[in-house]
Design a protein around this ligand. Structure first.
Ligand code: ADP
Length: 192
């Protein structure tokens, strides 16, 4: 099973991603986590990414898409994956579609949450890049760059809208219903 997790900052992508990968035996590919790892390690990529991240801007596609492509190549055929925070704009979506392993996406889980609740949650979380100014910028970037992907994946029949309000468990249950093998219509369930 190949899943994309889409949603604004603060919608709980990371939290739900951990549950989904545990329940379905998927590899978790979070570009936010990968980039933060690169920044911490002060690799060339990390040094270049750092400035964008601290401002809430997107890291350039060529860096992020290469990072994801490299990870996808390490997975064997039967290994399912969950992409968390990627793609984040139309350029990245087309880069993904150009990757052999990125073509057969089964579900795009779209976590939906309104702006007031997003800001409230992010201020509570208090990560380095969770100051009010940077949050506001990330929301603007999401609206401008990432939200067009909703229509893109809807057009492909892959979009699964999920109400991201309520408890972690309530949201997880909504996602679980969407990902039940009987609902996917795919034939790869026997691999498990
Ligand atoms: P959030 O969803 O709360 O914004 P993430 O961990 O997904 O948190 O992303 C944190 C930052 O990492 C983003 O603001 C951005 O700078 C960078 N980033 C993560 N994923 C991508 C991506 N696919 N393309 C460009 N930049 C990214």
């Amino acid at each position: 099973m190949h899943v994309i997790l889409l949603g604004p900052p603060g919608a709980g992508k990371g939290t739900q991603a951990e549950r989904i990968v545990a329940e379905h035996g998927l590899v978790h590919l979070s570009t936010g986590d990968l980039l933060r790892g690169a920044v911490e390690a002060q690799s060339e990529l990390g040094k270049e990414a750092q400035g964008y991240m601290s401002k809430g801007e997107l890291v350039p596609d060529r860096l992020v898409s290469a990072l994801v492509a490299e990870k996808l190549k390490t997975l064997d055929e039967a290994q399912g994956f969950l992409l968390d925070g990627f793609p984040r704009n139309e350029g990245q979506a087309s880069d993904l579609a150009g990757e052999p392993r990125g073509r057969d996406i089964d579900h795009v889980i779209h976590l939906r949450l309104d702006d007031d609740e997003i800001v409230r949650r992010l201020l509570l979380r208090g990560r380095d890049d969770d100051t009010e100014e940077v949050i506001r910028n990330r929301l603007g970037v999401y609206e401008r760059e990432t939200s067009p992907l909703v229509a893109l994946y809807e057009g492909k029949g892959l979009l699964r809208p999920i109400d991201a309000t309520g408890t972690i468990e309530e949201i997880a249950e909504r996602i679980r219903k969407v990902l039940r093998p009987s609902d996917t219509g795919s034939s790869e369930g026997s691999a498990a």
